[in-house]
Every structure is written in structure tokens, then in C-alpha cells.
Design a binder for this molecule. Structure first.
Ligand code: UDP
Length: 384
């Protein structure tokens, strides 16, 4: 008889499968993939539950040893933006219970990811009498503070988050900043919060010699190069990086180039990823189009070549709950410049592993880029 303890990972919109496909996938997908695999490695049996979005995908997939992916029917079998999924959560919860009946699975623990799966987790905790560990990945209050009218979250979000904070058996905060937000904005009981920083898979993200990395992605071997890897969202403020590169081009004779990796599709397509169109337009207005190379989305196994093709990795979002990409840049041996917001203030040690700059400040970023690109020994030491 299988005596392994069983964990139900709930992650309604962000599962490992999307990392392979063309859907916009980010840190939550990577977290669910890596943490479920590692729990299985420790001897647990893990089932990861996401909403089914494709009629071709089987309902249950053996994903990796000890990990199954379960695609639960809830709403139309197509991709929907996550802000439209809240009304589907009762159906998602029912589909989970139906799966348990059919499969005969019993769980010892529920791990909720994001607020909607947290709500499902609360329902299941009550009905099945099993504990819930919750990680939010992003909090509604923080998003509202920064995005205001642009925040398309359902109006119920913050109240639901409060209820999860009140009832969940344990809360995972990814960094001290998130811990403070849980306590200050949601009155979380500090004794139930565990700070567990997200990590990086160092087999996947590891140093590659710069010339070799550039060869692999078809780039000229020379020239100072800045890299951005991540989702193409206005809040990631890649516009800020383009403005800084343009400033630096005007102020110095550095033959600088910028690689921008990410998007909905493998080929950079402004129709599929409107932010790419905005960035291309901005680069054209600033007369640096030939200096900015868009790559579209790449699979995690390819990304070390992009980080390592660069001399410095940059990410300057308006806000960032945690931010995996700075750690990935570091794991690839590169110095990282990041905006001094959220989790980035925790992961980058200013002056040691990289530089912190204020968000929305292209001049400050241009100064730091100039510093690192003109002092390769200092940059290499930080990367090391
Ligand atoms: N990522 C990827 N392919 C891409 C661009 C990004 O696999 O083309 C991954 C990246 O390596 C990182 C994640 O998406 O692991 C982004 O996570 P992060 O926490 O930095 O930001 P989020 O997307 O959660 O806002």
C-alpha cells in the first residue's frame, strides 16, 4: 500500500504545463513546478490542480516522479485571463471533490497558491478537515495601491484574502516585506507566518562563458550587453530600461545593446503581446531600435544562455512581490540591477551582488549601468 503523505497543490491559473506552452507564465508557474517536484523528491505524493484550458490535454498527466497534474473542468475549455476566473471557483472546488471520489485520492495537506485557490483551500479545509498552507504570490492590497484604476481584480479579492489569512493554518511569506504586508494590511497572526524565500534551480540557472552563451543565441561576441528576462507587463516597466539605455547612448560612447526576453509567443509579436509593440515604438522614438533585440518567450532551460550573454541583468518593476529573475541572474553569475521595491530589496545586496535603484528613474539606472559596464572587474566580482 502507498504510505506516502499526499499533498494537494491548488493553483487555478498557473501550472507547470503553461511553462511549455504559449500562455503568459511567470513566477507562480515556476514555484508550483519546482516545489512540487522537490516535495516529491522528499517522499511526498503531490497532485497539482489547475483549471483545464484545452480540450486536447488529458485530465491527469504523470508530470514527474511523484507529481501528477490534474486539469479540473471549470468553465470554458480555453485560456481566460485570471481576473475572470473568480466566478468559476465553486465549480473548480466541486470538480476537485469529484476527482477525489473517482480517483480514491486522500490528502494530508492542501497548499493554496494565489487568493482564488486559497478560497477553494478554505472550503476544502472545512469539508475535509485537513490543514491549509497558503502562499499568495501577490496581494490584492499591494496591487491596488500601485495600479489603482488599472487593477482589474474582482472587488471581492481583498475580503477573501482577509478570510484566508484569518483561517489558514500557515501562511508562507516569500520575503520580510511580504510578511510585513500580511501583518500590516491583513492583520495576520505573526505566529502563523513562515518566511520562506523562493529559490532558484541552480542546475538550470548556472554560469555559461559569455562568448559561448552569445554564440548559442546567435549574438556577436563583443559589445556591452544588458539583459531583461520576464513577463511583458507595464508594471515590469521595461520602458524604464529602454529609456535608460537611450540616455546612456546619448551620454557615452558605449556601443550598448539590450536583450528583452519574454512574451506570449516564441517570436516577438506585438499582436500577441501588446507591451512589445509599446516598447518597439518607444525604442524607435528614442532612436535606439537597432540596439534593442526582442526575443519573445523562452523555455526555462534556455534562459541561462540569455542571462550569460549579458554583462548585467536588469529588472526595474514599479512593485514586485518577490521576483525570481534577480536570483536567476545571480545564479548565472551576473550582477543584477533591480528596483528597490518588494522582494528585490531582499534578494539584491546593494554594492555586493548588484545595485538597487529607485523605480521609475531612468537616469539613476543609466548611472548604475554605466558604472557596471565600464568597470568589468567590479561587475565580475558582483556576479561571482
Ligand atoms: N520566464 C520564462 N521564460 C521567459 C520569461 C520568463 O520561463 O521567456 C520565467 C523566468 O525565468 C522566471 C519567471 O518567468 O522564473 C518570472 O518570475 P518572476 O518571479 O521574476 O516574476 P512574475 O512573472 O512572477 O511576476
Amino acid at each position: 500500500m502507498d504510505r506516502r503523505k499526499r499533498i494537494a497543490f491548488l493553483s487555478e491559473h498557473a501550472g507547470p504545463l503553461a511553462l511549455l506552452g504559449s500562455e503568459d507564465a511567470g513566477g507562480q508557474n515556476v514555484y508550483v513546478d519546482e516545489v512540487s517536484r522537490n516535495l516529491a523528491h522528499l517522499g511526498y505524493a503531490v497532485d497539482v490542480f489547475t483549471r483545464a484550458t484545452n480540450p486536447e490535454t488529458p485530465p491527469v498527466i504523470d508530470w514527474s516522479p511523484g507529481v501528477r497534474l490534474v486539469n479540473l473542468p471549470a468553465g470554458p475549455l480555453e485560456f481566460l485571463p485570471k481576473d475572470r476566473l473568480w466566478p468559476l471557483m465553486p465549480a473548480f472546488c466541486q470538480a476537485f471533490l469529484q476527482f477525489m471520489r473517482n480517483d480514491g485520492a486522500r490528502y494530508d495537506l492542501i497548499h493554496g497558491n494565489f487568493w482564488m485557490s486559497g478560497w477553494v483551500g478554505l472550503e476544502l479545509r472545512q469539508r475535509l478537515g485537513i490543514p491549509l498552507v497558503q502562499i499568495f504570490h501577490a496581494l490584492g492590497k499591494t496591487k491596488q495601491r500601485h495600479q489603482r484604476a488599472a487593477d482589474t481584480s474582482p472587488p471581492e479579492r481583498i475580503a477573501v484574502e482577509r478570510e484566508i489569512v484569518r483561517q489558514a493554518d500557515r501562511l508562507i511569506a516569500q520575503c520580510p516585506n511580504e510578511q510585513r504586508e500580511l501583518e500590516r494590511d491583513y492583520q495576520a497572526d505573526p505566529r502563523r507566518i513562515a518566511v520562506i524565500p523562493s529559490a532558484v534551480n541552480i542546475e538550470r540557472f548556472r554560469p555559461v562563458h559569455r562568448a559561448e552563451a552569445r554564440r548559442r543565441i546567435g549574438l556577436e561576441p563583443d559589445g556591452p550587453t544588458v539583459v531583461y528576462v520576464g513577463r511583458m507587463l507595464p508594471r515590469k516597466d521595461i520602458r524604464n530600461i529602454i529609456r535608460a539605455v537611450a540616455l546612456l547612448r546619448r551620454q557615452s560612447d558605449l556601443p550598448l545593446q539590450l536583450l528583452v526576453v519574454g512574451g506570449e509567443t516564441v517570436a516577438p509579436d506585438p499582436n500577441a503581446t501588446p507591451e512589445i509593440g509599446v516598447l518597439q515604438q518607444l525604442a524607435a522614438e528614442l532612436d535606439i531600435s537597432e540596439r534593442v533585440h526582442f526575443y519573445g518567450k523562452r523555455q526555462p532551460d534556455m534562459l541561462r544562455n540569455f542571462y550569460c550573454a549579458g554583462d548585467v541583468a536588469v529588472t526595474t518593476p514599479w512593485y514586485e512581490p518577490f521576483g525570481l529573475t534577480p536570483l536567476e541572474g545571480m545564479a548565472c553569475g551576473r550582477p543584477v540591477i533591480g528596483a528597490a521595491v518588494g522582494g528585490i530589496t531582499f534578494t539584491i545586496q546593494d554594492g555586493i551582488t548588484g545595485r538597487l535603484v529607485p523605480p521609475r528613474d531612468p537616469a539613476a539606472l543609466a548611472d548604475r549601468l554605466h558604472e557596471l559596464l565600464t568597470r568589468p572587474e567590479q561587475a565580475a566580482a558582483m556576479g561571482q
